[in-house]
Design a binder for this molecule. Structure first.
Ligand SMILES: Nc1nc2c(ncn2[C@@H]2O[C@H](COP(=O)(O)OP(=O)(O)OP(=O)(O)O)[C@@H](O)[C@H]2O)c(=O)[nH]1
Length: 357
């Protein structure tokens, strides 16, 4: 595992299903997560919901759940967000990841820039921006289900220094997204889901996947990233199953599980750093790669390059590898990827062999 802490940002408008997704991650990921929730107006509501899923025992509560209620996160980055991150990172050895749930009014970009600030940059990496889109609201003509409630939320926040129209906020949420989840897909027909995918895809960066979900149900590895090979081989990734589920909100519905293909690759090749992006990026789109994690050994570098990808986002840094991992004689790579299409292994081998052998 890398020494850098993955930071996952969950964004989306009021009621889009952010807290529901977060509760699923906390309950099912088996990871030690710290959570930063940004809400205002209805102080503490999301925090209560998160606490009630029992993810942090009383004695540890203080440290792992941080509620920033002093206003819009993107407008109070320096006052609240950076000190909070520094505090959490001071005990990073007891954390597997940090998840930030933004209020739907926050612009994601200033937050992402703050994660790159020198004080914290070398200790974290952006593990992905996940944008929740309410498919039911969108099918009725607006990205927000309850526009009145959203306007109320805006009025309640005195610190907010941007009066951004809903349309522009939505477009910002889409451009920043590394993965889009269409929530409430249980409430709309599958053809509506398909037409929403087409409608919003022009606002996304190339390679950003759109996945329909119901009640925040998704394999946590797709959101939080792959920690080790065991994650990628979990039973979640068995063949597509159609199943009935009992939810804690006491209703039943039919829904299909996503068929995700896990690929592990390891081979020797004379790889150069500049080529990694050139080979991998086109494959993200063609094979609908949702997640990729790898270690690349470059013949001219003493330390291996860590690579983390989520949709179109690629993060890389050099880091010492543990003693017991595979090492090539000169150069080579070892990676694991989660994609929606098969055949990735051949293409990656071809991509690197074609260029370097
Ligand atoms: N039918 C259906 N309801 C959902 C789904 N996801 C969330 N909900 C419900 O929608 C309501 C709002 O969900 P939240 O997860 O609180 O939404 P949020 O984005 O966190 O909302 P704020 O924190 O207020 O911005 C809750 O009653 C959820 O149970 C879904 O996929 N399908």
């Amino acid at each position: 595992m890398s020494s850098r802490i993955p930071v996952t940002v969950i964004t989306g408008f009021l009621g889009a299903g952010k807290t529901t997704l977060l509760r699923n991650l906390l309950k099912n990921s088996n990871q030690r997560l710290a959570v930063i929730v940004n809400e205002f107006g209805s102080v503490g509501l999301d925090g209560d919901l998160i606490r009630s899923c029992g993810f942090c025992p009383e004695d540890d509560m203080e440290g792992r759940l941080v509620e920033l209620n002093n206003g819009c996160l993107c407008c109070t980055v320096q006052d609240d967000f950076l000190p909070t991150m520094e505090k959490l990172l001071s005990r990073s050895e007891s954390l597997d990841g940090i998840v930030i749930e933004t209020s739907g009014l926050a612009l994601p970009k200033p937050l992402l820039q703050a994660i790159e600030w020198p004080q914290i940059r070398s200790k974290v990496f952006i593990n992905g921006v996940v944008t929740l889109v309410d498919s039911q609201a969108l099918s009725l003509g607006s990205p927000v289900g309850d526009v009145k409630a959203l306007e109320e939320q805006r009025k309640l926040d005195e610190s907010i220094d941007h009066i951004t129209p809903i349309k522009d906020l939505f477009s910002d949420q889409l451009t920043c997204a590394d993965l889009v989840l269409l929530s409430r897909s249980d409430l709309v027909d599958s053809n509506v889901v398909e037409s929403i995918k087409i409608d919003i895809s022009s606002g996304l960066r190339e390679g950003t996947a759109i996945l329909p979900i119901s009640y925040g149900e998704i394999n946590p590895s797709l959101i939080l990233g792959l920690r080790n090979d065991k994650d990628s081989h979990s039973s979640f990734f068995s063949n597509k199953i159609s199943s009935k589920h009992e939810h804690e909100h006491e209703h039943e519905h039919e829904h299909e599980h996503l068929e995700v293909i896990s690929t592990s690759i390891c081979f020797e090749a004379n790889i150069t750093q500049s080529e990694i992006k050139n080979v991998l990026m086109p494959l993200v789109q063609n094979f609908q790669i949702l997640r990729l994690k790898g270690r690349f050994w470059l013949p001219d570098k003493p330390l291996p390059l860590q690579v983390q990808m989520v949709g179109p986002r690629m993060s890389t840094w050099f880091e010492k590898a543990p003693e017991d991992v595979w090492r090539p004689e000169q150069g080579g790579l070892e990676l694991v990827a989660l994609s929606l299409k098969e055949g990735l292994e051949n293409e990656i081998q071809l991509g690197f062999n074609k260029r370097f052998s």
